[in-house]
Design a protein around this ligand. Structure first.
Ligand code: NCD
Length: 300
């Protein structure tokens, strides 16, 4: 595994290798973690805003001993001086990098960077297409809760069209044998394979599910002509305690966050420990990113 850019480049075995390796780091306090990335430099290059993913990669790298450099466009030569993406990558590369972690609105940003560096590239969210480490941490969290992915009924609900989380999750979960169904308003539908069941009605879509994943309406990515009214969305597609009762009794809920409380999910449900795995996802994200960094930097 040279890079982690597209889910389709990963075999089932490689996905399981990452998920199994993440367990080696799970629950360990920082002083118990091996310093396997000591003297390695990880360039965290974020051209889009991020809270969880950037800090998760930073913590994952630092807890394994790496130097993690955080580049964001704010305060860099990109915004006011107009330095190009390629020049920025070449500059950071010339300072010595052992891995690049890249988030960008251009879905080709990782492939472009690949041509200008010799080190592994990890995709931290590209355009509306791919967010592989989010899908890996979601799969890890579902496995932890359910013990298996094969034959699980998993509904992915919300703004599918603009969601790279949906893109990577659908590909990964189908690869591992889950029954994925998609639920969205018709004008926010996207990413499904031709044979992926689709529902425009949330009640039908949730029925008998083992896992429900909610997605944010990605307002910043809507086309100028597209308007999504938050109240109307909530009344037709918002997840709440009444609707979740249509799923299996032991259903669990995931959300990649950031969430719009009261739009795609009620606050009460998002915070209900009987169903919600939202905090678990964040914690597991660190273990999964440790595994990805170790495999890509040390084991290729
Ligand atoms: C997502 C993203 O940026 O793609 N967030 C994340 O990384 N956890 C989802 C989103 O923005 O809605």
């Amino acid at each position: 595994m040279r890079h982690l850019i597209n889910l389709d480049d990963l075999s089932q075995d490689q996905i399981m290798q990452i998920l199994d390796h993440a367990k080696d780091f799970a629950g360990k306090s920082p002083d118990q973690l091996p310093q396997i990335l000591k003297h390695k430099t990880i360039m965290n290059v974020f051209y889009e805003d991020s809270t969880r993913t950037r800090i998760s990669f930073e913590i994952a790298g630092k807890r394994l001993g790496a130097n993690v450099i955080n580049f964001t466009t704010l305060g860099s030569a990109v915004v006011t001086k107009g330095e190009s993406y390629i020049d920025t990558i070449m500059t950071l590369n010339a300072m010595g990098a052992d891995a690049f972690v890249i988030r960008h609105k251009d879905e080709n940003a990782c492939d472009i960077a690949r041509q200008y560096t010799a080190c592994p590239i990890l995709n931290a969210g590209a355009g509306k297409v791919e967010h592989p480490t989010q899908a890996l941490l979601d799969a890890y969290t579902m496995l932890e809760a359910k013990g298996q992915l094969e034959d699980l009924n998993i509904a992915i609900i919300g703004d599918l069209k603009h969601s790279r989380v949906a893109g990577s999750n659908i590909r990964l979960l189908q690869k591992l044998g889950a029954n994925v169904r998609l639920v969205s308003p018709p004008d926010l539908f996207g990413h499904g394979r031709d044979d992926t069941p689709y529902f425009d009605n949330i009640e039908d879509g949730i029925k008998d599910c083992d896992v429900v994943m909610c997605l944010r309406v990605q307002r910043e990515r809507l086309e100028e002509t597209q308007i999504v009214d938050p109240d109307a969305f909530h009344s037709q597609y918002g997840l709440n305690h009444d609707r979740i009762k249509l799923a299996k009794p032991n259903v669990v809920i995931l959300h990649p966050q950031p969430m719009n409380r009261g739009v795609e999910i009620t606050s009460e449900l998002a915070d209900d420990p009987k169903y919600s795995l939202l905090r678990r996802q964040v914690t597991n994200g660190v273990y999964v990113r440790m595994a990805c960094l170790d495999i890509l930097v040390n084991q290729q």
